[in-house]
Design a protein around this ligand. Structure first.
Ligand code: 5AD
Ligand code: FES
Length: 344
């Protein structure tokens, strides 16, 4: 496997067969992580970037089979943050050292383009030195352009899986992989820093599909890739499915780092949820970003995409400190920085 790992580091692309071999056999993980750390070190040193996550609505018109805030989950307690509450999150976040705010929410019709633009404009007028990331799902190209013009710098939209049949098995028929891909290409064209991503160990996933994810990422060349283990949620059709593993997630993080050395790659909350030291392990496998929550603790538990999500009772300041200590314990440092990608 070392030979394939070296080849990936040098050429930054592999054939589908090579990807499948690496991913299915998952050998020489320690060697992979060593190379991933070396490559990350070259671009980012021991800095770990932070993003303050503001989960501003858990209303969602979609019904993805895996997701706890899906439309048909009648047990979900729905909420929306007001403009004032969002600005409070930013204020707290800014004082704690966050220079990127991620506005994430379900696909909620209440938040019209006008309302989103109002929020963007307001945040940008107060926090000129901060980046804003939007993560509010599939929109028209026109809407994406208007958000961009209003100050959104980045957009996260996980592709979830690059295999069409697999995509269809994870989503209801009204959603399509073609539509998802088109959104990502539109976002790139407009000039956003774009993040795609997928769940590791989602129901029905095979090494072949993960290989397709890597090929899709090679083609799209996103600035960010968000990956985390699938974690079942009790009130979804996938309640009884097995979750993804730490080992598989870490291996994919290492491969992603070698595929794209300057990638912004978070050690996700989902990874921290299935393993006490998940985020530390993620950083040591090649990740360089963490995304703690800035949402008010009163709503934290309600943004429940999967069971047992961590940090739902902790104040933003506690999380910042906790993460700072965790990163220090493994020789890394949380920095106060927008955290833009380093160019080659
Ligand atoms: N387990 C892990 N990740 C999930 N997401 C949604 N539901 C789950 C789950 N049960 C991820 C999806 C989505 C992101 C916001 O959260 O990949 O894009
Ligand atoms: Fe939230 Fe540790 S990061 S308590």
């Amino acid at each position: 496997m070392r030979q394939l790992i070296d080849q990936l580091e040098q050429q930054r692309r592999l054939t589908k067969e090579e990807w499948v071999t690496l991913i299915a056999e998952r050998k020489d993980a320690e060697y992979l992580f060593e190379r991933a750390r070396a490559v990350r070190q070259k671009y980012y040193g021991n800095a770990v970037y932070t993003r303050g996550l503001i989960e501003f609505t858990n209303y969602c018109k979609n019904n993805c089979h895996y997701c706890g805030i899906r439309r048909e989950n009648a047990t979900a307690v729905r909420y929306r943050l007001s403009m004032e509450e969002i600005m409070d999150c930013c204020k707290q976040g800014y004082d704690l050292g966050f220079r990127t705010f991620v506005l994430q929410g379900g696909e909620d019709a209440f938040f019209t383009d006008e309302r989103i633009i109002e929020i963007l404009t307001k945040i940008k007028s107060v926090y000129k030195d901060c980046a804003i990331t939007l993560s509010i799902g599939e929109k028209t190209k026109e809407s994406y352009r208007r958000f961009f013009d209003a100050g959104a710098d980045r957009y996260l939209l996980r592709h979830e899986t690059a295999d069409k049949a697999h995509y269809e098995s994870l989503h209801p028929t009204e959603m399509s992989f073609e539509a998802r891909k088109e959104c990502l290409w539109n976002l790139k064209e407009i000039g956003y820093q774009v993040g795609c991503g997928f769940m590791v160990g989602s129901p029905g996933q095979k090494a072949e599909y993960l290989a397709e994810d890597m090929l899709f990422i090679t083609e799209l060349q996103p600035q960010m890739v968000g990956i985390g283990p699938f974690v079942p949620h009790h009130a979804t059709p996938f309640a009884k499915e097995a979750g993804g593993t730490v080992e598989q997630t870490l291996y994919m993080l290492g491969l992603l780092r070698l595929l794209k050395p300057n990638l912004l790659l978070p050690a996700t909350t989902a990874l921290g949820t299935i393993d006490q030291k998940g985020r530390e392990k993620g950083i040591l496998a090649g990740a360089n970003v963490v995304m703690p929550n800035l949402s008010p603790t009163t709503v934290r538990k309600k943004y429940e995409l999967y069971d047992n999500k961590i940090c739902t009772g902790d104040e933003a300041a506690e999380c910042r400190n906790c993460l700072s200590n965790r990163m220090q314990s493994i020789g890394y440092e949380l920095v106060i920085d927008r955290g833009d990608p380093k160019e080659f």
